[in-house]
Design a protein around this ligand. Structure first.
Ligand SMILES: Cc1cc2nc3c(=O)[nH]c(=O)nc-3n(C[C@H](O)[C@H](O)[C@H](O)COP(=O)(O)OP(=O)(O)OC[C@H]3O[C@@H](n4cnc5c(N)ncnc54)[C@H](O)[C@@H]3O)c2cc1C
Length: 264
């Protein structure tokens, strides 16, 4: 069973800072790590490989610096790592990211299952997995919390929903996005660490994957960030005095004065 795991390098912080002038993420001075949700995706891929054989390939789109992250992923026992890296990919929204990743997947070619994290901790849209499936014309399932069964041409998964879970069967090849807690990610072993030292991360440019320049980077991104800002909290607290009736009357008057009641 050949598996591709999509991994994104994200800032090692929960407080992503944006440059208000350029509307891009400020990465300077912030260490980068593998997206925490993708650690579960990698482990799930490795667990499937442990049982069914085959190989696991990590695929990322990002800056050249992401090679280091991919080397660390190779040390977990992942067989190959591919980085889509080219200035022309920069500024991609989730659609352009999914398109670029779909080209990487097509070039890797031999796969049965693609595993993504549930979401990235910086962009946070959770759109890339489903968009990637659409670009490839294959089925997908999000919020997978357990893999129930894998057959020769299907996978049955447990999908978390608001009021419980659903059991979904997908024909292979397919894309799944996994929840945190689906497994406990392993740590690198000495054997795999040594193997990883000998392995190269493949770096593919836009030319290598024959990307359509209209569908990548900023020009391929229908979402445009017009402005980013940190909300200003100018809260003013007023204590209402008097009897409960008086306080209720005052409150109604204040809400009406602020037009919160939608009436005079
Ligand atoms: C208009 C616009 C401009 C932007 N410009 C920039 C910019 O200049 N610089 C910048 O850094 N970001 C930029 N972003 C953010 C960027 O679009 C997202 O980071 C990216 O599209 C992925 O979306 P997400 O982070 O929401 O991923 P999600 O959809 O939340 O991620 C889900 C899963 O998809 C996979 N995945 C997501 N991204 C990748 C990836 N790159 N490689 C491999 N797997 C991946 C992972 O498995 C991940 O767990 C921009 C976004 C918009 C809307």
């Amino acid at each position: 069973m050949n598996i591709i795991v999509c991994v994104k390098q994200v800032p090692d912080t929960t407080e992503v800072k944006m440059n208000p002038e350029t509307n891009t993420i400020i990465r300077e001075g912030v260490e980068s790590v593998v997206n925490p949700f993708d650690a579960f995706a990698i482990e799930e891929g490795l667990k499937i490989k442990d049982v069914y054989g085959g190989k696991v390939t990590a695929l990322s789109m990002g800056i050249p610096d992401a090679v280091q992250m991919l080397k660390e992923i190779l040390a977990l026992g992942v067989d190959d790592a591919v980085l889509l890296s080219d200035r022309k990919f920069a500024g991609a929204d989730s659609l352009a990211t999914a398109y670029a990743l779909s080209l990487g997947v097509k070039k890797i070619n031999d796969f049965d299952l693609i595993i993504c994290g549930k979401q990235a901790t910086d962009g946070d849209t959770a759109q890339v997995g489903p968009s990637l499936a659409e670009k490839l014309g294959i089925s997908h399932c999000t919020y997978v919390s357990h893999i129930e069964e894998i057959g020769s041409d299907y996978i049955r998964v447990k999908k978390l929903v608001d009021d419980g879970y659903e059991i979904i069967e997908l024909s292979l090849p397919a894309v799944i996005t996994v929840e945190k807690g689906i497994n406990r990610p392993r740590i690198p072993s000495i054997k795999h660490f040594k193997n990883a030292l000998e392995k190269e991360v493949l770096i593919w440019t836009t030319a290598d994957v024959a990307a359509d320049s209209q569908l990548i980077g900023l020009s391929g991104s229908p979402t445009q960030v017009v402005r980013t800002f940190i909300p200003q909290y100018n809260k003013e607290i007023q204590i209402l005095e008097g009897t409960p009736d008086q306080q209720a009357k005052d409150l109604m008057e204040k809400l009406a004065a602020e037009n919160f009641l939608g009436c005079e």
